[in-house]
Design a protein around this ligand. Sequence first.
Ligand SMILES: *Cc1c(COP(=O)(O)O)cnc(C)c1O
Length: 497
Amino acid sequence: MFYNSTRNSTVKVNSAEAITQGISADGGLFVPESIPALSLDEIKAIGNMNYADKAAFVFSKYLTDFTDAEIHYCTDNAYSTKNFETESIAEIAHLFDGTYMLELWHGPTCAFKDMALQILPYFLTTSAKKINLDKKIVILVATSGDTGKAALEGFRDVEGTSILVFYPEDGVSPMQKRQMKTQEGSNVGVCALKGNFDDCQNGVKAIFTDSDVKAKLDENGMMFSSANSINWGRLVPQIVYYISSYAELVKDGAIEAGDKINIVVPTGNFGNILAAYYAKHMGVPVNKLICASNINNVLTDFINTGVYDRNRQFYATVSPSMDILISSNLERLLYLLTDRNDTLIKEWFGKLAADGRYEVTDEIKAKLKEEFCAGCCDDEQTKQTIHEIYEKYSYTCDTHTAVAVKVYEDYKKITGDTTKTVIASTASPYKFSAAVLEAVQNGKSDLDEYAMIDKLAELSNMPVPSALADLRNKPERFSDTIVKEDQKKYVLETLGI
Ligand SMILES: *Cc1c(COP(=O)(O)O)cnc(C)c1O
């Protein structure tokens, strides 16, 4: 299997190169040249494997330059009960009549990002070895909150790597901030940026493709790679749990093999839902992919109208990991939907960079509507949904997941569709305890962050993840804040070059 760039289809690299480079030199994203197909029997068989073996099976289709031993080295290290609080790794909870919660947050940082970021360091260091890269890998991360911590935790003290994370100063929850500021490890750095997530991400993308910076790193025996979902090594692990959840539902008798399901994904950078799209096109029977957004609803408008327009007010919401106006992975989807038309992609994403807006063709609009449905909700509706689910089903969900539940309920009302449905549950409610507690008890709380967690534990009857409980006693190590103009300088200074 080779990988092409969305902005130049003639670029052709293997997976080890795609993963170490992160993003193509032309600014495009790496995409596998075809989507491997699985038969229904193969999908069913996955239901009988443990999670590491499930993942290894899927990776063997994409990382064809890796040996079996290399793949198993990665999966066995990443997906074990050393790192995850449940044996199944991705837990499925039955919420109500035919609706299932795919809980992806039982990893070390309590968000679904762990599913990919626990394995990415192994992918990266293995890839670097395979292509005889004898350079230190520098990971630069822009985070809307969860990626940063998950990447720090994944890369901490991994030999031959160092990691630097930028987060929007006022754009993450207090718990997320505290998780990052207290990060342990000798190869880690954390910095706040005055601006929003898009500022962080644009800055990181610009530094990645800056030839000056690249030359400086080269001279010093270093190279950049990315832990953001622009890296294929981030995306491919996310395909696994969609295939796995289908196989598990068949195994449990909830569906018959061949029955279609809907998949609902609370979406920001479009990585998680793109993985569901890949799972579908590998052979998982999917009816609709439902893209749920908060009030930063640029994707809802795009899927419904074919016009992508980021020129709009940016809102800080109670689901901050979805406060994004430029969804990077949409580029991969559009590349696939246009039958790999790199000229069109360059044109559209050139317009996005220049004017913040582009409009796709009628043919693509039709394809989008055929595969996807989209909806959004505001903070009030999010909190109301948390409250209702808590009251009706004694289930406590986080703010991002609640957006997905609300959008799914709206979808059901409008369409009358009764297809069984999997909702991606992307974070532990404890990670956003202020908003969740306010929602559950119908009123703001004046408790401090840790007292809120205790209160939530009492009300929800769910154990507090130890990773969050332990934060209480950890000292803060990182307190830098910079303006976006200084980001490049800061990176070079931190690396000492
Ligand atoms: C990152 C994140 C999302 C959005 O996922 P994308 O892949 O960026 O679309 C949703 N919920 C939570 C909790 C997240 O951390």
